[in-house]
Design a protein around this ligand. Structure first.
Ligand code: BTN
Length: 250
């Protein structure tokens, strides 16, 4: 990953920019990085706060190279394998252990350090591609967040007391993500699923999972399914009743 890197001082969204490049035929591994995003996108239609100069905002174009029978399994593990790669990169570059909240939030002490947004598209000649967007809070402090995000967010600097070279972090990030995606493509999800599960703090907890269309499902998270979904059991409606079990896709 990163044979071609497009650097921007300011874009609306690196995901939007990478998506346009991919539609125009940009190759697997092309990366878009920005110092600042004016319309950073988060999951579930949220926005991603993206001030200049202190964080990492990047998007990677990925195409699958595998038999079509394995494609949907690969696709459903893509966000989780990426999250694992990002966690391993942060640990390697900043000596900071991060937890994962299913499907792909990076947390430290329950506060959000980073997030990942995967989007699918296809070129005019119908070749499918994925854009993986990564946002990481790196060198900011509490004051750099708007008031409403402060309590729930953190940065590498806040957690370690050190400033991190963002170029070094980016190169480590691309290396670890590439490693995890290669593993996923070549060997399937075996090691990835184990390492992901070890870091995942969602399991065993009471969760409220937001679904598309503003709906939500609440219950206890029990397992990561073989296809990367989260298995959630809701409390039975009546005493002695069976729990309702639901698999939620990322
Ligand atoms: C989340 O909601 O947790 C996912 C956030 C993903 C943010 C990153 S920043 C780089 C890339 N460009 C975007 O517009 N979003 C992603």
């Amino acid at each position: 990953l990163g044979a071609r890197i497009e650097l921007h001082r300011q874009v609306d969204s690196t995901n939007r920019e990478a998506f346009a490049l991919a539609q125009a035929g940009a190759e697997h591994g092309t990366v878009v990085v920005a110092e600042e995003q004016t319309l950073g996108r988060g999951r579930l239609g949220r926005t991603w706060y993206s001030p200049p100069g202190i964080n990492l905002y990047c998007s990677v174009i990925v195409t699958a190279s595998m038999p079509t029978t394995q494609f949907s399994q690969w696709l459903s593990w893509l966000p989780l394998a990426t999250a694992l790669g990002v966690a391993e990169a942060v640990e390697g570059a900043a000596s900071l252990k991060t937890d994962l909240k299913w499907p792909n939030d990076l947390l430290v002490r329950e506060r959000k350090l980073g997030g990942i947004l995967c989007e699918s598209g296809s070129t005019a000649s119908s070749t499918p591609f994925q854009v993986i967007g990564i946002g990481l809070n790196v060198n900011g402090t509490d004051e750099d967040f708007p008031q409403d995000l402060r309590a729930a967010s953190t940065t590498i600097r806040q957690e370690t007391g050190r400033l991190i070279d963002r170029n070094h972090l980016l190169s480590r990030l691309l290396l670890e993500i590439e490693h995890c995606l290669n593993e996923l493509t070549i060997e399937g999800n075996g090691r990835i699923a184990m390492a992901y599960t070890r870091r995942c703090i969602t399991l065993g907890r009471h969760v409220r999972v937001s679904l598309a269309g503003g709906k939500a499902f609440t219950g206890i998270a029990q397992a990561i399914e073989p296809d990367g979904s989260l298995q959630v059991a809701s409390l039975p409606r009546q005493r002695g009743g069976r729990p309702e079990v639901c698999s939620i896709r990322a």
